[in-house]
Design a protein around this ligand. Structure first.
Ligand code: A3P
Length: 284
């Protein structure tokens, strides 16, 4: 690259580490890893490998530490960071705004019931083996005196609304904070269900939001024959799928518990749809 620039006499720009201009702030378990991996098909999208968690857990490490986590980029590139816990963090919106009020905010949302089951599945993947994890049903609607001592006052329409897996899915409560700090046109919502069914469509829309020429096409994807999730099709035709921690099988949930969750989430989702002036076609 440098050699070509030298040969054609173009000014040389040395790659350097820059703060992100766009952040995938959430929502946890809505498909944030898939979105980032698919965006990386665009050669101008650059991102650190692991989640940085600067604006929630690592803020005390300082801005230079944060910059150091970023990849080397030129001015043609877009640096993106993804830390899905920012969405429900009280401090993240204010802190991101203080660093750069023009930061582009990307939020992947999916049916909050599926999201809660996915969250539980992840949390239980270690603890269940040790026999320490109650069932999803017990956590979501069970006797809070037994499982959720701290949240006994938080039953809403029969659901343990104080349990993190449920609380994160009350999207309007978190979204309110983002809208208090960022103009709506700086926030891009990705439909996590469509990201599974039609990844190229969601990724192109995100490329456009980032100010990039869309390069990602349906031919860039194939479907995992076992998990049925989309995977990147490499130039040699091989499928590159996300790791074993993505696309885990979910536990069956009794229909009456799903109904209770639906009754709980429908009014919350309505508030979210009104807030963003858009609706998603979820079960709840
Ligand atoms: P499950 O593993 O519970 O099915 P995140 O990356 O935000 O943690 O989200 C993980 C979820 O993304 C997965 O949850 C899965 O449902 C969803 N997902 C979306 N696209 C996917 C893909 N291409 N491969 C695997 N999982 C995908």
């Amino acid at each position: 690259f440098l050699l070509i620039q030298l040969c054609i006499g173009a000014p040389i720009e040395m790659p350097k580490k820059r703060f992100p201009t766009a952040i995938i702030v959430g929502v946890k378990k809505a498909g944030t890893r898939a979105l980032l991996e698919f965006l990386r098909l665009n050669p101008h999208v650059k991102a650190p490998g692991p989640e940085v968690h600067f604006f929630d857990k690592n803020f005390h490490k300082g801005l230079e530490w944060y910059r150091e986590q970023m990849p080397l980029t030129t001015s043609d590139d877009v640096t993106i960071e993804k830390s899905p816990a920012y969405f429900h963090s009280k401090n993240a919106p204010e802190r991101i705004k203080a660093l750069n009020p023009n930061t582009k905010i990307i939020i992947v949302v999916r049916d909050p019931i599926t999201r809660a089951i996915s969250d539980y599945t992840q949390a239980s993947s270690k603890r269940k083996r040790l026999g320490l994890m109650p069932s999803f049903e017990d956590m979501a609607v069970g006797d809070c005196a037994v499982w959720l001592k701290a949240n006994c006052s938080s039953k809403v329409r029969g659901v343990n609304a104080g349990w993190g897996a449920i609380r994160i899915g009350v999207y309007h409560k978190h979204m309110k904070r983002w809208l208090e700090h960022f103009p709506f046109e700086n926030i891009h919502l990705v439909d996590g269900e469509q990201l599974i069914k039609s990844p190229a469509h969601e990724v192109s829309a995100t490329e456009r939001f980032l100010g990039l020429k869309p390069t990602v096409k349906p031919s860039n994807f194939g479907v995992d024959p076992v998990k049925k999730f989309p995977c990147v099709r490499r130039s040699d035709g091989e499928l590159h799928c996300l790791g074993k921690t993505k696309g885990r099988p979910h536990p069956d949930v009794r229909p009456e518990v799903l109904e209770m969750l639906k009754d709980f989430y429908v009014p919350e989702n309505q508030k979210f749809f009104q807030m963003i002036n858009r609706r998603f076609f979820w079960d709840s």
